[in-house]
Design a protein around this ligand. Structure first.
Ligand code: SAH
Length: 350
């Protein structure tokens, strides 16, 4: 298992032998190490995600999936989660799905051995996968990806005096890890409207995310099912460099102490949407703002119910609701996109 220190040594050795490496490779290795050895969530960790804010988040997602399943005619299905973290969302969603007797087998795509152990305690009987390639092929898939695509590696390109170059990561003992433009011209990777951008402009994209989205859409087209992607990101603009590192609830330098902080980038929803739509028979809805979506699918009703049942928790529930939907908190930065396969309805609320 790669720990924080081991991955720093591995990256140094790799760069010493091969020369500068693409940012995407640095990000993939740093994140694999980061997630492999500890629990990053919660007050004592590095960050908090929506399912950790409140049970309402997973419960409402479970109800939405149950609604899709009923509209699709109650078929045998599998529940799939990409990067389930502590398993909290799955537990909350499965509990609300069970209310309508929807109790599907659970499949987790998770690479971290540490988090797999955690998830096994939360959801006994789940099945684990290293990638989506081994997910069941014989039933429709109801797939959730919450804060998963933001951890996928991104490539970055910079406009230099000599044209567009991929940004690479170098290392020396004085500066540590630092970025440097690569040697090879790469205009062909840059959207036409950005090719004449001014010097030092950065274009970022995630080829692994687009590939994954196409693969999932192919599955949904062939097998049926729905995919809900929830993440922070943007839709209709080129955002430049959005790579960021978070450690202990504060921003850190992505190139200092790889493996110690969570590396993420804003998700380019327009690229994901195009990837899904490139597959025949796929319907895509959204992205919508998370806050609007949660209101549309009933967060106010659920907050009222929980408050009536637990009057002592009224302030906590009100704060959690605000955190999930308010524009100054997670409400507009986070987006929701629904992808539906053949014979399946659009995701409710989108
Ligand atoms: N969905 C959870 C966790 C988000 S953190 C929540 O909302 O709380 C990202 C999750 O994705 C972690 O479980 C991490 O181990 C997993 N992960 C990151 N990169 C991965 C990859 N390439 N393949 C599979 N899982 C990955």
């Amino acid at each position: 298992m790669s720990t924080e220190h081991a991955v720093e040594d591995e990256l140094q050795a790799l760069i010493a032998s091969e020369g500068p490496i693409p940012i995407s490779r640095f990000m993939a290795m740093a994140n694999a190490a980061y997630y492999s050895y500890h629990d990053p969530f919660g007050a004592a960790g590095d960050f908090i995600t929506a399912p950790e804010v409140s049970q309402m988040f997973g419960e409402l997602i479970g109800l939405v999936l149950a609604d899709c399943w009923r509209q699709a005619g109650n078929p045998d299905v599998a529940y799939v989660e990409l990067g389930p973290g502590r398993g909290t969302l799955a537990v909350d969603a499965l509990r609300s799905m069970a209310l309508v007797n929807l109790e599907p087998p659970v499949h987790f795509v998770e690479t971290s051995p540490f988090l797999r152990d955690y998830q096994a305690e939360m959801v006994p009987g789940a099945h684990w996968h290293d990638s989506t390639a081994t997910l069941p092929t014989d039933v429709p898939l109801m797939i959730i990806a919450n804060e998963f695509f933001d951890a996928m590696p991104v490539e970055q390109y910079v406009k230099t005096m000599m044209g567009w170059r991929e940004l690479m990561v170098r290392h020396d003992d004085i500066d540590g890890f630092a970025t440097v433009p690569g040697q090879i011209p790469c205009e062909d990777k840059i959207p036409i409207e950005l090719r004449d951008a001014h010097t030092a402009s950065v274009y970022e994209q995630s080829a692994p995310s687009r590939r994954l989205m196409r693969n999932l859409a192919r599955r949904l087209a062939a097998q049926g099912g729905v995919l809900i992607v929830i993440d922070y990101g943007y839709f209709d603009r080129h955002a430049g460099d959005t790579l960021q590192a978070v450690h202990a609830h504060a921003y850190a330098d992505p190139f200092v102490r790889p493996g110690r902080s969570d590396l993420t980038a804003h998700v380019d929803f327009s690229a994901l949407k195009r990837s899904a739509q490139s597959i025949r028979g796929i319907k895509v809805r959204g992205p919508f703002d998370q806050g609007d979506w949660l209101v549309a699918i009933g967060i106010d009703l659920r907050a009222d119910q929980l408050t009536r049942a637990n009057p002592g928790r009224a302030a906590e529930l009100a704060a959690a609701r605000m955190r999930l939907i308010h524009p100054d908190q997670m409400g507009t930065l986070f987006k929701v996109m629904g992808v539906s396969g053949r014979g399946w309805p659009a995701v409710p609320g989108l």
